[in-house]
Design a binder for this molecule. Structure first.
Ligand code: ADP
Length: 250
């Protein structure tokens, strides 16, 4: 399988504080990676570094086989931040317009919509079952509905890699299950590579094939099966935690 993201000995620091130390892993095409770790473990820092929003102090990152510094096809990556509120929810835009923004990143200047774009937007709305919300203002929607709109915006360009910060606050359990199932469908049916930052260590094993446990350094990276069979991880996490993470795989 082609490599989608690889990092080697990545170190990232905020002033005096080392946020990531010696982080090395390889994500292959079609992987669904559950990225887990305590608060402050560096999960967001890792995502921002992959997306080129933060500079590493040392180490290497390759994206789709190219050094990150020379990578330019950002439209191949869809990103759903945890807090959609970073987009001003009072901004007077309709659902269709917000989803359409996901296509503009692909275009060269001048950035204009072309005739096929309407169909692509409609398809994304259909996939997320939000067609009836098409003409509504984003400010009129519930948290769960807004999350779907932003997910539609992330998937409308048909990215090869989707990076998601799990929405933990805005969604009720049912909506959250639907969200997880939908992401799984992209992974299975379209082969989209997924990196899911999650706090839900008890559920992520249902969906993800790889597990990345970060605590400033990589505590574990690999298939769930290996994690669950590992005496070293059992020693690190204890029986109970390993069971919570692994009960899908026993
Ligand atoms: P996580 O997403 O796993 O909760 P973060 O990547 O947000 O962790 O943070 C990792 C560490 O870096 C934390 O100790 C956090 O306080 C620190 N940190 C994050 N962002 C900044 C920043 N902009 N300036 C200084 N320190 C930061």
């Amino acid at each position: 399988m082609p490599t989608i993201i690889s990092t080697e000995h990545l170190h990232v620091r905020y002033n005096a504080e080392m946020a990531l130390a010696d982080v090395t892993f390889t994500i292959s095409s079609g992987d669904y990676v559950g990225l887990v770790g305590p608060n402050g473990a560096g999960k967001t820092t890792l995502i921002k570094t992959i997306l080129g929003l933060l500079a590493a102090e040392s180490g290497r990152i390759e994206i789709f086989g190219r050094p990150a510094a020379r990578f330019s096809e950002w439209n191949r990556i869809g990103y759903l931040p945890q807090r959609v509120a970073s987009f001003n929810p009072l901004f007077p835009a309709t659902v269709k317009e917000v989803v359409g923004l996901g296509l503009l990143g692909q275009k060269h200047f001048p950035k204009r919509f072309i005739p096929g774009d309407g169909k692509r937007i409609d398809r994304a709305l259909e996939l997320l079952e939000i067609t009836p919300l098409r003409g509504k203002l984003i400010s009129e929607l519930s948290g769960g509905e807004q999350q779907r709109v932003f997910l539609a915006r992330a998937i409308v360009p048909d990215p090869d890699l989707l990076i998601l910060d799990e929405p933990i606050t805005a969604l009720d359990p049912q909506t959250r299950d639907n969200f997880f199932s939908l992401i799984s469908r992209f992974n299975r049916e379209k082969g989209t590579t997924i990196i899911m930052v999650t706090h839900d260590v008890g559920s992520i094993g249902q969906y993800a094939n790889k597990f990345l446990y970060l605590d400033r350094k990589v505590v574990f990276f690999g298939p769930f099966f290996d994690f669950c069979q590992s005496p070293e991880m059992n020693k690190h996490f204890g029986d109970y935690s390993q069971h919570v993470i692994c009960h899908q795989h026993d």
